[in-house]
Design a protein around this ligand. Sequence first.
Ligand code: AHM
Ligand code: MG
Length: 336
Amino acid sequence: VEGEKVNTHITTLTRFLTEEQVKHKEATGDFTLLCHALQFSFKSIAYYIRRATLVNLTGLAGSSNITGDEQKKLDVISNDLFIEAMRSSGKCALLVSEEEDEVIYFKDSKNARYAVACDPIDGSSNLDAGVSVGTIFAIHKLAEGSTGTKEDILKPGTELVAAGFTMYGASAQLVITMKGGSVNGFTLDQGVGEFILTHPDMRIPKKRAIYSVNEGNSLYWEDNVKSYFNALKEAPDGQKPYSSRYIGSMVADAYRTLLYGGIFAYPADKKSPKGKLRILYECAPMAMVFENAGGQAVDSKMNRMLEVVPEHIHDKAGIFMGSYDEVEKVKAFHKK
Ligand code: AHM
Ligand code: MG
């Protein structure tokens, strides 16, 4: 571009992954290849979502998943894209998907050492309205000597080797974090078809007066949850009351919370005593991102979300996550 300085020092996701691999002497390159397969699934899901209204991909598929949600056409397509990407990578031994009742084992991937959990399209109730949705993923390493069993995925989030999510919004964003590492954000450049590092070392603000919760459920909330959210609006000591922001796609609500700070919650309540969001592919990966960005995530009993161990692959939990101080406030209300 004339007169404009073009930045040629760009970190693509591919380069980022290669540089990460070099940092780990023991790395075999398997994890990098798995991430390349993930990256392809994100790009193709983003592509189909963008074209959905034009090529008749909106609406229902006529089936429902384990949780009883009616599946949208795009839920089914994205799930198939994700499964195929994991199968063809040769590095994934087993996969848990929100859209599949049972664990999928890739028996042909003989030397695969990873187990993956995913929600191919989170927030799918928003799809037909063109509101942001995204993909959530969590990666575990198989136990030493294991060829891949359910036990390799029914583990607490503290054991995750990597996790993250995408958000297909005004642009496609990818947030990824690895064990003990920082959180990095990438933006898909449609022109070159690459995720570009645009948000290195993301840190969530320590506090912010924004809350994000489906307030329509307040009738069913436990008393301490009610009094906590009321307190945010009552604004004690002459402070400004909190602002409310709720999109209804966790990926979008989480992405905003990560950037601006605040609190996102989907508490367990009298109607759903175990909460709504699923541990393996919704709560745990988000908790890892938030903790590695300097925030916190807890369940409805105020246990650290990353330490919650699911018994079954689709188990749910209540969740509160966000800025460090905002989660401290939630905890304080649960001690009362
Ligand atoms: P989904 O995976 O079937 O899309 O459901 C998960 C979504 C989250 O993205 C969001 O936080 C929540 O469900 C919204 O639920 P509600 O409509 O009850 O507020
Ligand atoms: Mg979901």
